[in-house]
Structures are given as C-alpha cells and as structure tokens.
Design a protein around this ligand. Structure first.
Ligand SMILES: [Zn+2]
Ligand SMILES: [Zn+2]
Length: 152
C-alpha cells in the first residue's frame, strides 16, 4: 500500500536535497509561534519522519548550515548554504526529522507528489494562529490527539 512511497524535497536552488520513505508519523498545519517566526509564514505544513526514514540525497559543495534553536537546542535546523532555505530539522530528543510540505517536489502541474498520502490531518497550536482557517480538519491547542481539541 502507501507505505512503500518515497518522497523527495529540498531547498529552492536544488543544492540541498533529501528523501523520505513511507508515511509520516505526523502531518499537520502548524500555527505555533516558532514555526511562524522561523519561516516568516502564518502557518506551515510540517511532516515528521523517523530518523531511519530520512536521508540526504544531495549536498552540493558539502556545506550544510545548522542552526540550533536557542531555547530548544535539541532541534537542529539544516539550511542550504547557497540559497538560505531551511529544508529539514532534526529533533534529537525524538530522533525524528521535520520537513515542510511546501518544499516537496512538484509534478508538472505544480502539485506536490504523493499529496494524498501525505496531506495534513489537523491544525496544531491553533490558538496562536495568524489567520482563521475554515476546513474540516480538527483544530488543536497543541499536537493532534495530545492536547485539547478546540470547538471550531
Ligand atoms: Zn539551496
Ligand atoms: Zn510549529
């Protein structure tokens, strides 16, 4: 079934690329303030994969910049030295990688590959949202299933 899928993604310029295997452990729109500030976005589509499901496939020039979030030093964000995009974050506490849906490869129509298998199942950290979202997904004040579901 869908567990055999492989999905590729990377930075804008293409020098830093990765592959993720199988289905994500989590796929959600995250409205937390960390994601907002680090990505300059109202919210992001984040996907979590086990360390064993993630691999770098391209490191042009061999240089990857790593930024540790000051108050969460177990989160190491990997950034392309050329175009500056952060493409993946390693969480040493969970031994998991986060990647972002916006950076997954597109088909010729601009649609993300494997989207049906990878699409978000929830809105997380929704109380700090910058924009109201009207859809059928659950809205949570933390992680899906591990926090309070908000009545909307
Ligand atoms: Zn790049
Ligand atoms: Zn977040």
């Amino acid at each position: 079934m869908g567990e055999d899928i492989e999905t590729n993604g990377g930075c804008y310029c293409g020098q830093l690329r990765y592959t993720v295997k199988g289905l994500p452990l989590l796929s959600a729109y995250c409205h937390c303030t960390l994601c907002q500030r680090l990505n300059a976005a109202a919210f992001i589509h984040t996907l979590h994969f086990a360390n064993s499901a993630f691999a770098w496939t391209r490191f042009e020039g061999g240089e990857v910049r790593i930024y540790e979030v000051a108050d969460k030093p177990w989160k190491k964000r990997h950034r392309c030295a050329n175009c500056g995009c952060t493409v993946a974050s390693y969480n040493a506490k969970k031994d998991e990688w986060s990647v972002w849906g916006a950076q997954l490869d597109r088909d010729n129509a601009g649609k993300r590959m494997n989207l049906e298998k990878l699409k978000p199942t929830a809105h997380t950290f929704y109380e700090t949202r910058m924009v109201d979202i009207v859809d059928d997904l659950g809205k949570w004040d933390g992680y899906e299933g591990l926090s309070n579901r908000l009545p909307m």
